[in-house]
Design a protein around this ligand. Structure first.
Ligand code: ATP
Length: 507
């Protein structure tokens, strides 16, 4: 391989910044400018370990494409530069804009996350022909086979430039990634129908059900489908808590007209956890007007809640009757077959082989929350990969002994998690929830956020509030980062599992 394009940076490639610069130059020379700009220009370095280098891709679509086509090249270049075998792991690094950024676009808060890379910003300008041109590795992105028949925006699709039109969506939560079973079949069908024909079938659509059963997933799936298939439509996902925070912030600062405009120009408004409106009159009043405006303009509204509208106490009757006017559907805990299918799908996506008896063991012992089901699978695969052990039923029994033995109802409180984290890591609760970004403290805080996600039903914004009112994108980033690190770093895996055991044994 010709490494002359690297300009002698090899000498210090073990420094992550130098490695990144040298690697970028090498890759760009190998794949050519067009492929680089289209597929690689959004990559950022996340973490360099001994045998692994984690890179962040801007979306799951790009990550999947890169994994399919370029990963060997990535690994070969990194191994060559570092002079040791290196596995490249691609994660999705997505940072949702904060309220402040919506009002004043400054760089996002990304606690201990990847720094924006200056050379990455410059990349778009590189225009020299590739030193070693190669055949294009990718076909152009194909538009979906068929535009929805009644799409008035047909033909006006603007691929790749949807900024300002789509907000808050998690690209991982799609209909493809959603496993259908008897517990959610009707909710799935209703959601798909709404996505295929926004404001044309059920409006509003109201999905309710217990924690971790896929309501948020379905909301995002609707949004992703509309964003993908109806160019130019304004799609906004927001939790009720964020909606309220933005409203309060608007009242406190610039006034509510920008806030109102932002919500009233939506074609599809997806609003999560509306039970949070309970008892909040001013919020209900504002939402009532937003709702009426959108509904009157034939815009689609989808709502979720942990209970049906009639059980949301102190919901103003006019708002309740709005919610009741469309279609109400629920999601139930999945049956064994669906739990198994969810685990299988998750394992396939992660490209790990898990024997059926292990999946059965997990599916039999985690019954009523799909988030916990996923958490159990992550712990088992992380343990196997760290110890280089095959994933067997014995291993799963060992790793999940806390799950199997603890049959008591969950009483894990935020205070308990924070106190246990503080004790485990030798920080105070004030430090954990405070503003400092010292590295060991940040890691402890991120582990704690991961454990909140696994052991409680709290939403991302609610977890963020426990940590001194941070933005919820900080929690999303922390959960993704710790999930990945558990697979790579024994110390992190052990810290997470010790903390979970410590919390459960305190119950
Ligand atoms: N049918 C399904 N197929 C695949 N994954 C699922 C399914 N249902 C839920 N999940 C996954 O389970 C996790 C929890 O789901 P989600 O966050 O949508 O639950 P929720 O009902 O909104 O819970 P909460 O009310 O606690 O926010 C997510 O990672 C989601 O992708």
């Amino acid at each position: 391989m010709d490494t002359s394009a690297i300009d002698g940076a090899e000498a210090q490639v073990n420094d992550p910044d130098n490695l990144w610069t040298a690697w970028e130059a090498l890759l760009q020379a190998q794949v050519g400018d067009a492929t680089w700009r289209t597929w690689c220009s959004g990559l950022v370095p996340v973490e360099l370990g001994n045998a692994t280098w984690i890179l962040g891709a801007p979306s799951s679509i790009i990550r999947d494409r890169l994994e399919q086509r370029l990963l060997p090249l990535f690994e070969h270049a990194a191994s060559e530069l570092l002079d040791r075998p290196v596995r490249v792991v691609l994660t999705v690094q997505r940072v949702e804009p904060t309220v402040q950024q919506l009002l004043d676009p400054t760089p996002p808060e990304s606690e201990a996350g990847p720094e924006p890379n200056p050379s990455a910003r410059e990349r778009g300008r590189a225009s020299e022909p590739a030193a070693h041109p190669v055949e294009p590795l990718f076909l152009p992105v194909e538009p979906p086979a068929e535009e929805p028949a009644d799409d008035p925006h047909r033909g006006s699709r603007r691929v790749g430039n949807r900024s300002g039109e789509v907000s808050g969506l998690d690209p991982r939560y799609t209909f493809d990634a959603f496993v259908i079973g008897s517990s959610n079949r009707f909710a799935h069908a209703a959601a798909l129908s709404v996505a295929e024909k926004p404001a044309g079938s059920y409006n509003p659509l109201f999905i309710h059900g217990g924690a971790g059963l896929g309501k948020t997933h379905l909301l995002h799936a609707i949004g992703n489908y509309v964003a993908e298939n109806f160019a130019g439509r304004h799609v906004r996902y927001v939790s009720t808590e964020t909606f309220m925070n933005e409203f309060v912030e608007a009242i406190r600062t610039t006034g509510t007209s920008a806030f109102k405009r932002r919500y009233r120009e939506c074609d599809v408004l997806l609003i999560d956890d509306v039970q949070f409106m309970e008892g909040k009159e001013a919020l209900q009043e504002e939402f009532f007007h937003t709702f009426n405006h959108l509904y009157g303009a034939s815009k689609q509204i989808v709502l979720t809640s942990d209970r049906p509208p009639k059980s949301i106490a102190t919901l103003e009757s006019r708002l309740r009757s709005r919610f009741l006017s469309g279609l109400i559907t629920d999601v139930q805990p999945p049956d064994l077959e669906t739990r198994l299918a969810i685990l299988q799908k998750k394992a396939e996506r992660e490209r790990v082989h898990i024997p059926m008896d292990v999946l059965e063991f997990i599916a039999t012992n985690v019954t009523d929350n799909i988030r916990e089901l996923e958490g159990a699978l992550i712990r088992v695969t992380a343990y196997g990969s760290l110890n280089g052990q095959p994933i067997t039923r014995e291993l799963a029994e060992h790793v999940l002994s806390d799950l199997v033995s603890s049959r008591q109802p969950r009483r894990v409180t935020p205070q308990l998690i924070l106190a246990a984290t503080a004790e485990s890591f030798g920080f105070s609760v004030e430090e954990l929830t405070g503003p400092s970004r010292r590295r060991p403290l940040v890691t402890a805080r991120q582990i704690s956020m991961y454990v909140f996600r696994e052991l409680t039903d709290l939403s991302y914004p609610a977890i963020a509030r426990e940590f001194g009112g941070r933005d919820h994108s900080t929690v999303i980033h922390a959960v993704e980062r710790i999930t990945e690190m558990m697979k790579e770093q024994r110390a992190i895996y052990e810290q997470v599992t010790d903390l979970i055991l410590r919390i459960k044994s305190a119950l």
